[in-house]
Ligand binder design. Sequence first.
Ligand code: ZN
Length: 218
Amino acid sequence: MLSGITKLLKSLANFLYINKCIVCNKNAENFLCSECKKQINYLSPYPIKIYKKVPVYCCSIYEASIKKLIKSLKFYRKKHSSTVLSKILFEYFSKLNIGKNFVIIYPPAFFSKNIRRGYCHMELIAKEFQKLTDFEIEKKLIKKIKYTKPQYKVRNRKKNIEGSFAVNKNLIQKYKNSSVLLLDDITTSGATIENITDILLEAGISDITCLVIAKAGN
Ligand SMILES: [Zn+2]
């Protein structure tokens, strides 16, 4: 009887989303089929930009499969997209051969946004990335202190993001000599990662590396 119920639940779960490609909905193991994986254009393992001596690495372009995966995580509550995205990110990150023992941080969302979505999508990505790298995560080093409009909705992104993040003063001493890996999902103008880099540098945390999943056009 119990195994019958288990089987039924499993097939129901399979029917709903397990073993389905998040991008095209065809059968696929680990949520991404080989066809959709092929559509991912990995960028070269060099920084796309150096900002105040901080390298900014970017894994791919915000298009096709990557775009659908990020959107499904941010807007359609497909939390398991974070597993796929972090694997893609890790594949790229491994090619960089940086060899540092990083502390992972990410731009936190304003709490009301997390309540609406039910989770912080960057926290999920960071947690999955942590499983693959064994790095530490520090989710309290950066605080979101002001609500901002989504970056893609505003023209002056730099101004929109100004003053919206702060470094947690109680943790500066702990991480002063750490290598910080700042993860983000999309970079367009670079305003978010540059703003967080600015406040970290101001706080005296200088060993920073940025790693972004996708680069979007303006
Ligand atoms: Zn697919």
